[in-house]
Ligand binder design. Structure first.
Ligand code: BYC
Length: 473
């Protein structure tokens, strides 16, 4: 049987070559992953050469290595951030003790569930985005889509590494199951709601990358605080890649907003649908949708799961080590916005059970900064319009607000009022059809679809007309 050169095929810093058991597990899993990638990965572009960044190490040069790659030949590596020497558990019941190099028996099931939930999102997003290439607005954007896709693939590898290396047989079974569920499938859907929603057009993709990938940032940052050190180190490295995904989302929406504003100014009108760009109210409705489904990803406002994750030192807060409280939260309170009968109220709750809400607050503040930057684009064009984040109770399916109807401005409303107005707040079939009608592919080097502005600069310093994707004849 031919041996694999592990460092060449699977770049890693986990001494894969010296770990026979893990090699065997990954040797079995890798062909199944490739089958999944061919079946569910970017449709129609598996043979194209793409200008991609591949992580081949964890230092500054190592993770920013650019080259031409066919996606199925991308080297999905396994990287953990360098260990912090003598790292101590920063929070929870085990605070101050040395971090765990192995899974503590009593937390095995909980940790596995957290890792599987995280892992499940990665292939899900690739599945959601698999048809987008055919409607790309430029080669620059096409390349960015594929960069995001292969990195989500790598993040799946990262979670599979943890499952295979630390959870024995049931870990290997979970690794297989990650390749069997399918986004949006009636019988075997992905675990979390947002990952079963379609991503049918590029406005959806950019909104997803802005809002949903940002949930990834906050969840990964919380898991990076974990007392289980391999999980912490894996997540810390994943965060370096996640930043690019949010950049793609923020600049993508920003460029759409910019183009719309240009056309509004040129035509001295806000009625721009006939002019081939996406009107600002439609952008707002897409924003409302993607923001609300992403808010659901943080779980219920009050959660004993979250309290247990924290007390057991498995999942911390965002930037846990910068908090100067006791980092155990035994008596602390936290203000939570929730429902009290017919009213939206903010009241103090135990900080431990409020951890999902606290993370959601950190997330909302971060989203607001991005939206403010989009609004600067609108203001610079001299246009009187502001994009806004919807109230956290709007269009929710998880938590206290799932039971009621809330307007984007936070008013609790009746079913009748919802029925009368939701078309103003969420993308309608007409909106989606209009956006879909703009999605004709643009693949000439340096050219951009008329509904999106060109980016401020190229990837890795490349010129504006760079051929980021080369198609095979
Ligand atoms: N949809 O106490 P609750 C990313 C379930 S994104 C469906 O309210 P908990 C990425 C929950 O699982 C980051 N089900 O919440 C982005 C639980 O079920 P079980 C992904 C949901 O447990 C873009 C029950 O409801 N990473 O990386 O405190 C592209 C009661 O739960 C939802 C993680 O999520 C939902 N939205 O917190 C690619 C980190 N919300 O267990 C990648 C790991 C809740 O009773 N996961 N439920 O059957 C977690 O930390 C937690 O599982 C959650 C939920 C934060 C998701």
């Amino acid at each position: 049987m031919s041996r694999i050169d592990y460092l060449e095929r699977i770049p890693n810093n986990v001494d894969l070559a010296g770990n026979r058991r893990l090699q065997r597990a990954l040797e079995e899993w890798q062909p199944k992953f490739l089958d999944w990638w061919i079946e569910m990965g970017p449709e129609g572009f598996q043979a194209a050469d793409v200008y991609l960044r591949t992580a081949v190490g964890v230092d500054a040069q190592g993770w920013a290595h650019f080259d031409w790659v066919r996606m199925p030949e991308y080297r999905w590596g396994i990287f953990l951030a360098e260990p912090e020497s003598q790292r101590l558990i920063p929070f929870g019941g085990h605070k101050g003790k040395p971090v765990w190099a192995e899974v503590p028996g009593e937390y095995r099931a909980t940790l596995r569930r957290l890792i599987v939930t995280q892992g499940d999102t990665e292939p899900a997003s690739v599945e959601q985005q698999r048809h987008l290439g055919r409607a790309c607005p430029s080669l620059y954007d096409l390349r960015n889509l594929f960069q995001v896709n292969v990195e989500e693939g790598r993040h799946l590898w990262a979670m599979v590494y943890l499952l295979d290396a630390y959870f024995g047989r049931d870990g290997r079974e979970e690794s297989e199951a990650l390749l069997q569920r399918r986004s949006g499938h009636a019988d075997k859907p992905r675990i979390l709601g947002a990952f079963n929603e379609p991503t049918p057009d590029w406005l959806s993709f950019f909104m997803f990358s802005f809002f949903t990938d940002r949930d990834g940032k906050y969840q990964l940052a919380s898991l990076a605080e974990s007392g289980f050190d391999p999980l912490s180190r894996t997540c810390r490295f994943m965060l370096t890649e996640e930043a690019h995904h949010m950049f793609v989302g923020e600049t993508g929406v920003g460029r759409i907003v910019q183009r719309t504003c240009e056309v509004m100014r040129e035509g001295k009108t806000d009625d721009v649908r006939g002019r081939g760009v996406i009107d600002l109210p439609t952008i707002q409705r897409y924003l409302n949708f993607h923001c609300s489904v992403s808010l659901d990803l943080f779980g219920s406002e009050i959660s004993t799961n979250a309290a247990n994750f924290y007390t057991n030192s498995l999942k911390g807060r965002f930037e846990e080590t910068k908090r100067d409280d006791d980092r155990q939260l035994k008596t602390a309170l936290y203000p939570v916005t929730t429902l009290d009968g017919e009213r939206v109220v903010t009241r103090d709750e135990p900080a431990l059970t409020s951890l999902n809400e606290r993370l959601r607050d950190d997330y909302v503040a971060d989203c607001a900064r991005g939206v403010a930057r989009w609004n600067q684009v609108i203001a610079r064009a001299g246009i009187d319009f502001e994009l806004t984040l919807p109230h956290r109770g709007f269009h929710r399916a998880i938590g206290a607000f799932a039971e009621v109807k809330v307007a984007p401005d936070g008013r609790l409303i009746s079913e009748a009022e919802w029925d009368a107005h939701h078309r103003e707040w969420l993308p309608t079939d007409e909106d989606r059809a209009y956006v879909a009608s703009l999605m004709t592919p643009v693949t000439a080097p340096g050219a951009f679809a008329p509904w999106i502005a060109s980016p401020a600069r190229g990837i890795n310093g490349q010129p504006a007309d760079f051929t980021y994707v080369r198609f095979t004849p």
